[in-house]
Design a protein around this ligand. Sequence first.
Ligand code: TMP
Length: 243
Amino acid sequence: MVTAGTLLYEGKAKRVFATDDASVVKVSYKDDATAFNGLKKGQIIGKGAINNQLTNLLFAYLGENGIKTHLLEQLSERETLVRKVDIVPIEVVVRNIAAGSFSKRLGVAEGEELPYPLVEFYYKNDELGDPLITDEHALILGLATRAELTELRNQAIKIDRLLQQRFLASGLILVDFKLEFGRTSEGEIILADEISPDTCRLWDSETRKKLDKDRFRQDLGGVEDAYQEVFARLTSLREGQSE
Ligand code: TMP
C-alpha cells in the first residue's frame, strides 16, 4: 500500500506525493528549469513558489468560469493538493501569435498574429521529444478517443478565451501556451498540470517584452525578474489601471 508522503512521480518541474486519501495527491513545485527536452538545465530562484501560486490563481479563475480543474487546496507557497487523475499523454498547445516551434517549423515571423487560435496536439513522450501529432496518430496510438480529442480542443479554445482576457487585464499578451488534461476515476476529462510562465509565452502588452521562460531558453537575462513581474501583475491591480 502507498502511504502518505510517498513520492509517486518526479518530473522536471514538480514532484507528486501520495496523501492519506487515495483520490488526492500533493504537488510540490521545484525551482529547477529545463528547456529543449532537458538538454538545457538551470534554476530559476523562486519559480516554484510563483508557478504554484499563479497556477492556483488561474485554475480558480477558470473554475469560476465553468472549466473543471484538478485544483483542491493550496497548502503552502510551493505545495497544493489536487485530485488524482490519469494524465492524458497529449500536450495541448494553443497559439494566438506566431512564436517558438511554430515560427521555426513553418517560417512565419515571430509576432505575426494568427487569423484564429490554433490548437495543436503533441505526444507527451520525453524519449521521442514530444512530437507534434495529428488526430489520427492520437487515435492509432490509443492516446485518446475521438470524443476526447474534440473535448480537448473545445476546452482549450474556451480556456484560451478566458486566459487572454485575464492576462490582458494585467497588461500581458498571451502568445501561446500548453495544457495537460487528466481523466478522473469517473472518466471525466479535467484540466490538470500547471499554467505559468513556464508553460505560457507572455509579452508586455505595450512594449512586447518577453516575460516568460523564453528568457531562460534564449539566455535573455532577467529571468527571475520576469517571473516576479508576472506574479506581481496578476496578484495586484496594476498601477494606473483605473486611470
Ligand atoms: P513551442 O513553440 O516550443 O512548441 O511551445 C509552445 C508553448 O508550449 C509555449 O508557450 C511553451 C509551452 N511548452 C511547454 O509548456 N512545455 C514544453 O515542453 C514545450 C516544448 C512547450
